[in-house]
Design a protein. Structure first.
Length: 102
């Protein structure tokens, strides 16, 4: 149910990090790691499963909104997670990568 703003002691701006503020340029991160970073935690911080589920819920739309500033990599293993990182000038664009592999 919606709550009136008066029910809260304070409200805060809804500011989110930009990818360049969040990621190390030479690192790739999983969605759970991105969720931790968005909360100011280390990527490998221990969190309980319920908290991790909430962090993932925050991270997925954030990644979608910032997709143009990011790159994605295939999982390192068949059943592993995908990885996301900051797009830099060193990465070929998807069209170039497809052309070279043909």
């Amino acid at each position: 149910m919606p709550e009136p703003k008066s029910a809260f002691d304070a409200t805060y701006p809804c500011d989110f990090y930009e990818p360049a503020e969040l990621f190390e340029p030479d690192q790739m991160y999983t969605i759970p790691e991105i969720g931790r970073l968005l909360q100011g935690l280390e990527p490998d911080a221990e969190v309980d499963p319920d908290t991790e589920a909430v962090l993932v819920d925050w991270a997925v739309p954030w990644v979608m909104v910032h997709a143009e500033e990011m790159v994605v990599a295939e999982p390192l293993s068949e059943d592993g997670p995908g990885y996301y990182g900051l797009a830099t000038d060193e990465e070929p664009d998807a069209e170039t990568a497809t052309d070279e592999s043909a």
